[in-house]
Each structure stands twice: as C-alpha cells, then as structure tokens.
Design a protein around this ligand. Structure first.
Ligand code: MN
Ligand code: MN
Length: 484
C-alpha cells in the first residue's frame, strides 16, 4: 500500500489497525522460496503417511530416520553417570508402539527440557479375538472399532489389513495386505437404497451398529465338498500357505483394518492433502522433523525431546499410552546419564521446569457445518499453527488448561520467529469436546499447551489438512524447541 492510500486512512481506521487482532492467510504472507518448501514438505509427509498406517509402522519409520542420523538406544548405554554429553542423540523404543528421542543440550537438565509430543495411533477397525466366521458361503471378519468413529463412514470403501500375529511357536508374522496396487482389498458392505427405507429413518448414531461393521474377506469354497465351513477353510488354507498362520493365532493378534487409499493432493491448486491418519500423524511428522532439525546444527541450548505415543484415541491408557510412566522414566534416564550426581529430586526439578507443546490436530471450521462452530474461536485453513488454551467438554471438564503466562510465552516465541498462529477451540460451548495427551504430561509438572494443525473431516477415513498449516506448524515447533 502506497503513501497515498496511507494518507487517506481516517484516524479510526488507523486506531483499528493498531488495536484489532487480525489473522492473515499464510499463503498471502509466505515468501516465494517458502512456498516451494511448503510443497516439498507436503511430498515427504504424504510418503510418511502411506508407509505408516499403524502406530507400529509410524514408529518403525521414525526409528529408521533416527538410526540414519546416528541416534543410540539409551538402554544400551552403560556409561558412568554424566557420560551423556551435549550433542548426544539418544532414543527409547517403547514396545515398538511409542518412542522418545532426545538431543542433549548445553544446559543441565535441572534447567528443564523442551518437548514436542504427538500421538501416532489413529481411529480404525480392529479385529475381535475370534474374528473369522462363515455365513451363506461368505467369509467375514468380526470387528471392534478403535477410537471415536462415525461407523457409516467406514462402509463401502477399500480397506487394507495391517498387523501382527504371534504364532504358537513364538514366531512373529507381520501382515500388510491391500497397499500394493496388485493386492486384494477388503470392505464393509452397506444396504442398497432400494431396501433401506427402514435404515434411512434411523438416527445417524443408530444407522450403523458397531457390531455390524464386519469385513468381507472371501467367498470361494475349499474344493472338498465334505469339509465344513468351506469358504472359511479355503481362506485359512491360503493364510496358512502364505504366512504359516492358523485360526488360533488370531486370538491375541493385533490386526488393524485401515483405509487402503493413498494420501493425495486436494484441489486445483494442490493446496491441501487428503489422507487417512492426519490425526495425529501430521503433528507427529512435524514434531519428528522439528527435533531432528537439531541433529545437524549446533548443539541446542536446552535438551530437545520428541515424544510419539500410542493409544491417545482410546484415552492414553496402558503401557504404551501417555498415562503410563514411560515419559517420566525417559527423563530419569536422561538425568542419570547427564548429571554427575543423579537424585530423585533432580528428576522432579527437571520435570517442573520443562515445557511441552502437545502436538495434536484441531477441528478446522467447516462451511458445510457452520452451526457447531463459534466462528470467533474456530481454527481455519491457511491461518497457521493452532494453539488451544484448553480442551475438555461442558465447563472445560476433563481438559488441560494452559496458564496465561505459558500461552503468552509461546505466542511471543512464534511472533519473534514470524510463525503465523491462531487460537482454536473445539466448537461451540456444550456442542461436544475432546482431550489430548496434554493433561497427562501436565500432571508431571510441565507447562503444556496444545498446539497443532486444523483438520477437516477429523476421524473419517479421508481427513483433509492445508499444506501451509502443516509447514507452519513444523516451523513453529522448531522455534519453540530452540527457546531457553
Ligand atoms: Mn489427536
Ligand atoms: Mn483423534
């Protein structure tokens, strides 16, 4: 805007410019070279999504990256106390489903660490313990869904089968069927409209019963007409020939059915990505790369840590969820190997002085569903990283509420580094709600703020994000980690 226009502004207009809080669109404010970086970053992310459709696959990919960057498994380090020096790169693999890694900074751990934590599990369809059955010459898998899904969204789409079975002899078999173009896929059927008169009268919540989400797995009988359950038998025979697995092996197995489609650009302008699992792999990918960016530059001031966790979608329970003690244990490991005199107090001191961004997605404003959003506090595509001061439902119950001091600290860091940010809360008051891992880490004494990427169609088989929000979030995490 030239001087002419500037002169024409009234006093009230100028005052408004000074006092109002206006959030600009990142596509408008980004430099040309940054726009190229946004597209490149999106390409790497799509590959990460296509190769990581389960929590185990995400952790395996992350471990590959850590090994390539020279990280060491902290459990193999037998050095004296104080043997872990600034610049050291270590990780701890939590049962192949969660992961912690750190780059040791110049300052002692008693001054606190900077953490970015995300989850790598996503809603999906799990198999029950005795899943395979036959009905009218069709073989089906009985399922129990994982996480908060709208069941009808998971019918009539191609599904891929991923997972782990442990055979009777203890041998592990990993399955991944439906990802290669030549693979068969699976699907959950739905009723034709012609016969759906009754179904269409039902409320959406009853439209598809969780128990009815059974997966079509085969229809060709085994050749011996005297055998029973011949379709099921034929299928088990194929599985036995190919993987050496028997029906019993399904009992304790972890088999996850996920959308078989790949991540794709969305829109004429290729500004968005549609994929399965943006919640929360978009933040996990950004967190992973943000911490890794300190692996090849001068040693960070404070120790930087990435936390990738499982089980967020079902409440962060269990020994691979954020409610377990693995995060605390990892900090204890770091304290014991960086401080010459380790004590329980040093661990508590470190936790109390540390900060974390709970890296998780937020519900982007959706023009199709205007009624549930409060437009003033919603997050929007293209407006950058989303900060959520609090989560929870109805009266903030069950949420984590970051302090004004910590919120301002993060805003200041982002401003200083020219990272565009917006606040976002989950819909209108009393329209619903949700939580993240923030509260569990905050319980240990850390300052924690939820901070991530706006998503459309969250928890559906095909979620959508904006490429520039993804990139801005990555930049935001780096800025936060660098801070002392
Ligand atoms: Mn999430
Ligand atoms: Mn979620």
């Amino acid at each position: 805007m030239g001087n002419e226009a500037e002169k024409e502004k009234t006093e009230g207009q100028l005052l408004a410019e000074k006092l109002f809080f206006e959030i600009k669109n990142c596509w408008d404010t980004a430099a040309p070279e940054e726009l190229e970086a946004v597209q490149r970053y999106g390409e790497g992310y799509k590959t990460f999504l296509d190769q990581g459709k389960t929590e185990r696959e995400c952790i395996r990919q992350s471990l590959d990256m850590l090994n390539a960057k020279g990280f060491t498994d902290i459990e193999t380090l037998l050095g004296e106390p104080g043997s872990l020096l600034p610049g050291a790169k270590v990780y701890q693999n939590i049962k192949g489903k969660s992961l912690l890694f750190a780059i040791i900074g110049n300052r002692p751990l008693s001054e606190g660490v900077n953490v970015v934590g995300a989850h790598v599990d996503s809603p999906r369809i799990d198999l029950k313990t005795n899943p395979l059955y036959e009905n009218t010459d069709l073989a089906l898998f009985d399922t129990h869904y994982y996480g908060g899904i709208k069941p009808y969204q998971w019918t009539t789409i191609p599904l891929a089968m991923h997972g782990v079975l442990i055979r009777k002899d203890g041998e592990k078999r990993e399955l991944c069927i439906g990802e290669d173009p030549g693979d068969p896929v699976f699907t959950i059927t739905d009723l034709l409209p012609h016969l759906a008169r009754e179904q269409m009268q039902k409320k959406a919540a009853e439209f598809f019963d969780g128990e009815d989400l059974d997966i079509l797995a085969g229809s060709r009988p085994y050749k011996d007409p005297k055998a029973k359950d011949r379709v099921k038998l034929n299928l088990l025979n194929l599985l036995y020939e190919q993987y050496g697995i028997q029906e019993e092996d399904f009992s304790g197995a972890e088999i996850e059915f996920v959308p078989a489609h790949k991540a794709r650009d969305i829109g004429f302008d290729r500004s968005m990505i549609g994929a399965y699992g943006h919640d929360d792999r978009s933040c996990a990918y950004a967190a992973l790369h943000a911490v890794l960016s300190f692996a090849s530059v001068p040693v960070p001031e404070k120790t930087v840590i990435c936390l990738l966790t499982d089980k967020e979608e079902i409440g962060s329970m269990g020994n691979t969820g954020a409610q377990s003690r693995f995060f605390e244990n990892f900090i204890a490991y770091l304290c014991s190997k960086t401080l010459t005199a380790y004590s329980g107090i040093a661990l508590r001191q470190c936790l109390g002085k540390s900060s974390m961004l709970s890296a998780d997605v937020n519900a982007a404003y959706d023009p199709n569903y205007d009624g549930v959003y409060d437009k003033k506090t919603a997050s929007y595509f293209g407006k950058g990283i989303v900060l959520s001061k609090y989560t929870g439902r109805g009266g903030k119950v069950g949420g984590s509420d970051a302090s004004a001091e910590f919120c301002q600290k993060v805003q200041g860091i982002l401003n200083k580094n020219k990272v565009r940010w917006q606040y976002g809360s989950l819909g209108k008051v009393d329209k619903g709600g949700g939580g993240t891992i923030a509260q569990f880490i905050a319980n240990l004494g850390l300052d924690v703020l939820d901070c991530g990427i706006p998503v459309l169609s969250m928890h559906s088989p095909f979620e959508v994000i904006s490429k520039i929000d993804l990139y801005t979030t990555y930049k935001g995490y780096i800025a936060f980690l660098r801070e002392v």
